[in-house]
Design a protein around this ligand. Sequence first.
Ligand code: MEV
Length: 445
Amino acid sequence: MNSKNINGFSKLSKEQKINWLVENFLENNQEHKNVLLQYWNKNLLLQKLHDEFAENTLTNFYIPFGIAPNFLIDGNFYAIPMAVEESSVVAGASKSAKFWSDKGGFKTTVISTTKLGHTHFIFNPEENSFEQLNAFFNSVLKQKLLEATEGITANMRKRGGGILDIELIDKTNEMEGYYQLKASFDTVDSMGANFINSCLEQFGKTLTEEIQNSDLFSNQEKESLQVIMNILSNYTPDCIVRAEVSCPIDEFIDDSGIEPQLFAQKFQQAVQIAEIEPFRATTHNKGIMNGIDAVVIATGNDFRAVESCAHAYASRNGKYSSLTHCEVKDNTFRFWIDLPISIGVVGGLTSLHPLVKTALAILGNPNAKELMSICAVSGLAQNFAAIRSLVTTGIQKGHMKMHLLNILNQLGATEEEKHYFTIFFKDKTVTHHSVVSEFNRLRKK
Ligand code: MEV
């Protein structure tokens, strides 16, 4: 058997896993082995905690945990924790926070917090049975579904949430015999994925039992029932928060010296381009997600869910478009984001990861709605920073200044050399080439 093909890998100890990997995929290179070992935490309890977050853990993968201070949100100042590896993101957020802190800050509104999930099933594909099913749903099934999930929903109901509604949806014009039980949920301060999926799996079972036990359906109809799957939807267009900033045009002043009216006009046109042009919208929204994901990760939430939801929402009108919008009217500049985001402050990693607990404490232990607002603000701030640079100095000036340190680290520069380069490039454009040639020149000297 090829030793690259292994049975029972998950049962090996961490050391054995690393040894197998180094022997079979890293040509026994001890340097790579040392790198893997180097990231082990000396605090064994902490390391064990991290090992157990996922399967087949070998080591830790660090990303920087930074702070963007000076965020005035709904009248309170926040220092926002951001876990992100890309240079310029925390700096951009901080710069935007400072810009808006003396102009009233960011205002937010949580518009709704409803989450969705579905039992997807096939029934009697030979003909449309919606009317028959719907009569059964309204007279019997809906109540049975609620009763069957009472045990699962008891705690959530105590906290003010639970199942909000269940509907039967006819999808047969898109796929033969396809129906859904579409349920809406309020999961209060949790993201609620486990809660929603548990309810839905019970719906699948109850649906099957109730149809089998009903006199309303023929044997052939009963046999045709197939529950395909029960799963939450990460698309939550009704779990939505708005964050916005505004100021009089004459206060819309950029340090590049651009005239405020022109700055506002170019800014608004840049947003409009992202609204109509998917190629630009993708990059524009990527920049927004730089800010959102960093907070979502720092607070132990699921950034893949947040990403897929945001992009689905950005396409809701049939064409991928900007998540942010801008208006220049009546001598006022206004810039806002409507963001669907399903996140929590209890359950999952939020109660397990020590750094996540600290991040939430830094934010004053927000509830889920407040965290939705903070994420939306971070995305808006990030987008503001990007567009501000794009329509004035260009993005590379700030970006490459931040990237300078990465290039110098790659070149193995000393602290003294890093200091020299910071001064050297103060009034020059940083490019990879210019850094390398100055570095070589310096070293030759
Ligand atoms: C880079 O990570 C993000 C930007 O490209 C976003 C944008 O272009 O709006 C700067």
